[in-house]
Write a protein that binds this ligand. Structure first.
Ligand code: GRF
Length: 216
């Protein structure tokens, strides 16, 4: 089976990258992480990629005169590695409209809230301050607006009375690591696609489009 060459873009720890690497450890998984790009030198996720024998590249955004120049270099890099799909996994850098359009329907992001609630940064703090009783994560297609693209899968966890940001983050991460491999696998096999701004599913059971984890 020809696996779909996928790039994972990171800025830090890379636990979602690890979940994708682990999923690809199964020969039947349809996507292959073929390149890991970090905009931060020394990001811990780079070591995970190296450990797994995946090509890595550091593209420090400060080396580029503009966002457009950074995006152009990134696009060129992805093309040069024959990349077909891109996963943003804790990539803390906004991408401009041009590269987002170039990869429309082929670029995913994961966000640690139930979008469209709690976009942006300090998500778990926002959730705790709002006093909501459920949170989770969202894997969505990347569009020009931040954290706003069409949703593919969401993971749901409770927010417990004695949670702090760290505990909640840990619980949300546990569903992130299940949601991202699922979404990428569906995209790689064409079971999920973006059509006219909406997500279309084929042969994805409705019970699989959300995942819950009640564990503390
Ligand atoms: C995750 O919570 C992800 O949802 C968010 O950034 C965090 C990255 O964590 N976009 P990791 O680097 O994958 O461990």
């Amino acid at each position: 089976m020809e696996r779909v060459r996928t790039a994972v873009l990171i800025s830090g720890r890379g636990s979602n990258l690890q979940a994708l690497i682990d999923a690809a450890g199964d020969a039947a998984y349809p996507a292959e992480p073929a390149l890991v790009v970090s905009n931060v030198a020394g990001a811990a996720g780079l070591a995970r990629a190296e450990q797994a024998g995946i090509a890595t590249c550091v593209l420090p955004h400060r080396d580029f005169p503009s966002r457009a120049a950074f995006d152009a270099a990134l696009h060129e890099l992805l093309e040069s590695y024959g990349i077909a799909l891109v996963c943003l996994a804790g990539f803390m850098r906004l991408l401009g409209p041009r590269i987002v359009a170039d990869w429309e329907g082929r670029m995913l992001n994961i966000h640690p809230s139930l979008l469209p609630a709690f976009k942006g940064l300090d998500v778990h703090r926002q959730v705790l301050d709002a006093g909501v009783r459920v949170s989770g994560c969202t894997v969505h297609f990347v569009t020009a607006d931040l954290d706003a693209g069409p949703v593919i899968v969401q993971g749901v966890v409770p927010v417990l009375p004695d949670d702090d940001e760290e505990r909640l983050a840990r619980r949300v991460l546990s569903v992130e690591h299940r949601c991202y491999p699922a979404a990428l696998g569906w995209l790689a096999t064409g079971r999920v696609r973006l059509q006219d701004g909406c997500v279309r599913y084929r042969d994805v059971p409705s019970r699989d489009i959300w995942i819950s984890n009640p564990e503390v």
